[in-house]
Design a protein around this ligand. Structure first.
Ligand code: NAD
Length: 330
């Protein structure tokens, strides 16, 4: 099939071209993101392939359908950027990559926890300047600490398993019961209890209307003094302004973010020569106990290979009229 990829980088070309040798689709890579002004570029293509920050709202979906696009293939797990009801109304199937490497994201979550705890980001700079003083670098043993995981799906479970290996007590909350988490020894609980008892809270639920700004002034008030908050899921799970207040009063003593609510204009781009206009984001960066990475948790060679393989298989299944195992339902 002819596939137009929006929002691509050189690493997308590399992995998709390599894996496509087994599939034989016709690939066309565009650097521009998908939105209402770039949607006409999809003309003449059968499949459009997009990533996390592409805008796939009702207007864009109508444009794609009018241009003859037959399938929308997400090369990611989350689908909060797609207006699914409109896609159904237009009879435009949407497929995704539900799991490509929960290890990549879970391991990055641990990288943030460990770096914030032992202040590796600060130690790195100090030592390079010949400063070997330890003042301000003291951490705590992870062993014996309580970690609360919100969302016990693929990534939440791998994160729980790793934390169990550190000797942590792991509390979990999910809207669905999870037999796998019971087997791991995760203590299933409700949100108020998780907030009250956790030294570290890590978010692994999807962004939905129910989880939008889940972490807000009210939930922060219920958390432990001096807690650590980690978000490698979706930025809008957190109300950035409320978190800044939590950092200022030191209720939140450590914040690790791989995602940010307004990351659409920032993530995956080199903004080093530009003035960043987002004052909430810049205030977050001003705290030395805040560590931000630019949506890189998924970014391992293993994950990129799996993303390419599963995306191209989804498209081949569609081409051959097979059931779409990875179809997204509204
Ligand atoms: P998953 O679907 O396997 O698990 C999500 C879990 O969250 C499910 O168990 C679900 O029941 C639960 N959930 C749904 N609504 C909830 C709610 N209101 N409260 C608590 N739990 C709720 O997904 P996954 O593969 O584990 O991925 C989790 C999220 O991680 C994705 O939605 C995506 O947004 C994010 N993600 C981020 C990156 C990255 O690079 N930073 C990469 C992949 C995925």
């Amino acid at each position: 099939m002819t596939i137009t990829f929006f929002n691509t980088k050189p690493y997308d070309h590399q992995f998709f071209e390599e894996v496509n040798q087994q599939y034989g689709h016709q690939l066309r890579f565009l650097e521009v993101p998908l939105n209402a002004s770039t949607a006409p570029l999809a003309q003449g293509t059968e499949v459009v392939c997009v990533f996390v920050n592409d805008v796939v709202d009702a207007q864009v979906l109508h444009q794609l359908a009018e241009n003859g696009v037959q399938l929308l293939a997400l090369r990611c797990a989350g689908f909060n950027n797609v207006d699914l009801k409109t896609a159904v109304a237009l009879n435009l199937p949407v497929v995704r990559v539900p799991a490509y490497s929960p290890y990549a994201v879970a391991e990055h979550t641990l990288a943030l926890i460990l770096a914030l705890n032992r202040k590796t980001h600060r130690a790195y700079n100090r030592v390079r300047e010949g400063n070997f003083a330890l003042n301000g670098l003291m951490g705590f043993d992870l062993h014996g600490r309580t970690v609360g995981i919100i969302g016990l799906g693929a990534i939440g479970l791998v994160t729980a398993r790793i934390l169990k290996g550190f000797g942590c007590r792991v509390l979990g909350y999910d809207v669905q019961p999870s037999a796998a988490s019971n087997e791991l020894g995760v203590e299933f609980t409700n949100l108020p209890n998780l907030y009250a008892q956790s030294d570290i809270i890590s978010l692994h639920c999807p962004l939905t209307p129910q989880t939008y700004h889940l972490i807000n002034e009210e939930s922060i008030n219920q958390m432990k003094e001096g807690m650590m908050l980690i978000n490698t899921s979706r930025g809008a799970l957190i109300d950035g302004r409320a978190v800044i207040e939590g950092l200022k009063c030191e209720k939140i003593k450590y914040l690790g973010l791989d995602v940010y609510e307004e990351e659409g204009d920032l993530s995956f781009e080199d903004m080093s020569g530009k003035v960043i206009q987002d004052d909430v984001f810049m205030r977050l960066l001003s705290f030395n106990n805040v560590l931000v990475t630019g949506h890189q948790a998924f970014f391992t060679a293993d994950a990129l290979h799996n993303i390419a393989r599963i995306t191209l298989q989804n498209i081949t299944d569609f081409e051959q009229g097979k059931p779409l195992a990875n179809a997204v339902q509204p």
